[in-house]
Design a protein around this ligand. Structure first.
Ligand SMILES: [Zn+2]
Length: 392
């Protein structure tokens, strides 16, 4: 079983409803007081409204670059999901094979990791560490890695930034070196309404939106056929996908409005901004054609979320370092995004994703983590503390 301290902390953490729309400040107050009890100072980096914050702390020498343990404090919503167990309370269930699971929102994504890290703080202090451990806990990860950008801006200005990072998203403790980037956008097509009996006098926003969607579908096909391809992924190329379309009021009205959302999930060799630029160029042609019919017509394209992909080279020190901690020889990829891409691309901190639990249980009703996963994470942190307490 994980330590009683891990359990107690995880129970507290999931007790805070830190769905991304909510403030995470109460949760951070709890973490801050835990750290303060151990004499560890931390820094909060707030959002513009002062309603949410990132937490950053360094344990051990303050003047050396160390190993950053990174996690997000927000969770996806439970609303609209058929939970049979209380989402903000830790529930233990023993399985037929004797293994046990802890249920609750965030147990696997990713308060379980944060609980294990916090539970290990007294041990980090007791050793003591010769190379520091940095704690980096963010907000608003689930809505597009928003919050951590402010933390990264702050870290840029510090005299010492982390040498490497471990992003504790659920990977079943596999060492993950790559995930795709993502860019999502909303397209709003404004046409000109009229009675459908006089359809040629109007400008049908749905028809023009359809042309844009077909262009995206053709791009998707081109990526599937011609790449670029990246080994290690189940889908080894950039995907292009339209998810929601809304438009029209009634069959007898030529629709003046249609909007849709789409996304690119790009491999490292591809720039989603370049793909977007090509799409914008095509949309400008379509818009010009619409405007020849009516001057009010328009196509607006707004990015709704974006995060960088992760592509840590296999020969980066962090890869072998974390492999030694977990005992894993291999590396893996994941098909979800993390803050790791931003840490490496924007801050220049090489990192891998490695954390307890599986995303198979993330974002779902009755989310749970196997306690054996938390134990493996505890063991990894023990080895990390031992490594960093050696004089080197
Ligand atoms: Zn997550």
């Amino acid at each position: 079983m994980p330590s009683p301290r891990t359990r107690e902390i995880l129970q507290q953490l999931i007790g805070f409803d830190t769905t991304s729309v909510n403030s995470n400040l109460q949760l951070l107050d709890y973490i801050r007081s835990l750290l303060q009890q151990e004499g560890v100072d931390c820094q909060l980096v707030y959002d513009e409204q002062g309603q949410k914050a990132n937490l950053y702390a360094t344990i051990g020498p303050q003047d050396k670059p160390g190993v950053m343990l990174s996690g997000h404090t927000d969770t996806v919503p439970v609303s609209g999901q058929a939970w049979t167990l209380p989402p903000h309370q830790l529930t233990e269930q023993i399985q037929a094979d004797g293994s046990s699971r802890w249920y609750g929102r965030g147990t696997t994504d990713m308060k379980g990791f944060i609980a294990v890290v916090l539970a290990a703080v007294p041990e980090m202090l007791a050793q003591p560490l010769h190379t520091p451990i940095h704690l980096a806990f963010s907000y608003d990860e689930e809505i597009g890695c928003i919050g951590v950008r402010r933390l990264i801006d702050t870290l840029k200005s510090l005299p010492v930034k982390p040498a490497m990072g471990i992003i504790g998203e659920p990977t079943r403790m596999k060492v993950v070196t790559a995930h795709k980037g993502k860019l999502a956008a909303r397209v709003t097509v404004t046409g000109k309404e009229c009675h459908s009996g006089m359809a040629p006098l109007g400008v049908n926003a749905i028809n023009y939106a359809a042309r844009l969607i077909v262009w995206l579908e053709q791009l998707a096909r081109q990526k599937r056929l011609s790449g670029p391809f990246e080994e290690g992924y189940e889908i080894p190329y950039t995907t292009v996908h339209t998810g929601v379309v809304k438009g029209g009021q009634a069959l007898n009205i030529v629709p003046n409005h249609c909007e849709f959302v789409f996304e690119f999930r790009n491999v490292a060799a591809e720039s989603p901004r370049d793909l977007l630029a090509a799409f914008r160029a095509y949309a400008a042609e379509v818009e010009a054609e619409m405007r020849q019919q009516h001057a009010d017509c328009a196509i607006a394209i707004d990015i709704t979320s974006e995060y960088a992909g992760l592509a840590t080279a296999e020969d980066e020190d962090v890869v072998a370092f974390v492999q030694q901690l977990t005992g894993e020889q291999d590396t893996a990829t994941i098909n979800f995004g993390t803050e790791g891409g931003l840490f490496s691309q924007v801050l220049g901190v090489p990192n891998v994703v490695c954390g307890p639990g599986s995303m198979d249980q993330g974002h779902k009703p009755d989310e749970y983590i196997e306690t054996a996963e938390l134990e493996r994470c505890e063991a990894m942190l023990q080895r990390l503390i031992q490594r960093l307490s050696q004089v080197c």
